[in-house]
Design a protein around this ligand. Structure first.
Ligand SMILES: [Zn+2]
Length: 296
């Protein structure tokens, strides 16, 4: 397994996001020695391996959705107390999983790399994300609670659909609330399977998933958190959340979806992961359906 300690070392680890062949690192460009793709380098503390022509899937309005998400985070950061509470509530349930990881860890759509605060020191952590907004936001008001935000993570600008890493090079892949932002989530999952070593672990945290009938009946299922995230304007004479969810399930096509998300069905997750992964855990965490997978 390759170590990814420094940016220098980290460069040797990368391959062309399109054809997966060897890259040459120039001063202003990274160039693929095989397909001649050319990636302009715009900064010296992160690498740009964003493929240009691969996201023209207009149907998913990928770029508009990305901008909407960036705006949401910029707005969140205008109030540091809300931002701290939001990050703490979102990440704390995953601390035991993160603390158990080691080796090479890829965070797909990982932004500024909040999970670094919960990983043990025995790891090489890399973020791949199409947005560089994360590197521009001033995170200093969050440092008391999330000290690792003081430095940038190993950061590659790129997309999950075209991972610029060799096959079987990671011990773990994280996807926190990112798969619903992809252009082609199925392709992201096949790339995740490719870059993981056998036995490698995946954490998939998904948004706006439609519950199953058995979820609604399960007393441990926090219907209220799913309900509250979907229905912001609640009349004073509303029926119980569990009942409202049941009624909503009868008309599945009406299940709410934020405009910056693509709908992902649980049956699709099963189909995309079936060949390559064993499902270790399926659990609702807050309003998010979460899968822990192991690569076969
Ligand atoms: Zn290439």
């Amino acid at each position: 397994m390759i170590e990814i300690a420094s940016l220098n070392n980290f460069q040797k680890f990368l391959v062309c996001p399109k054809c997966k062949n060897k890259l040459e690192f120039g001063k202003n460009f990274i160039i693929c020695t095989s397909c001649n793709s050319k990636f302009p380098q715009l900064a010296d503390d992160w690498l740009n391996l964003m493929p240009d022509q691969l996201l023209e899937n207009e149907a998913t309005k990928w770029e508009e959705r990305l901008l909407e998400m960036e705006d949401w985070y910029k707005h969140l950061m205008t109030n540091s107390t809300s931002a701290i509470n939001c990050f703490a509530a979102d990440y704390t349930p995953f601390v035991p999983f993160l603390a158990g990881l080691s080796g090479n860890i890829l965070d797909v759509g990982g932004g500024i790399g909040v999970p670094r605060n919960y990983l043990n020191s025995n790891n090489n952590y890399i973020v791949i994300d199409p947005s560089i907004e994360w590197l521009r936001i001033d995170w200093s008001s969050l440092l008391d609670r999330f000290p690792y935000l003081e430095s940038k993570p190993n950061f590659v600008r790129g997309i999950g659909e075209c991972l610029p890493f060799p096959s079987e090079s990671f011990d773990a892949v994280l996807s926190f609330w990112s798969l619903n932002h992809a252009s082609d989530p199925k392709l992201v999952m096949s790339e995740v399977a490719r870059v993981l070593r056998p036995g490698g672990r995946v954490l998939l945290v998904l948004e706006e998933m439609i519950p199953q009938w058995f979820d609604i009946g399960n007393p441990k299922f926090l219907a209220k958190s799913v309900f509250n995230s979907f229905f912001n304007t609640i009349s004073s004479r509303k029926p119980l959340p569990r009942l409202r969810l049941l009624l909503k399930l009868l008309k599945r096509e009406d299940w709410p979806l934020q405009t910056d998300h693509v709908r992902i069905l649980e049956s699709e997750i099963k189909e995309w992961t079936g060949q390559n992964f064993e499902i270790i855990q399926r659990v609702w965490i807050n309003q998010y359906l979460t899968f822990e997978l192991n690569k076969i």
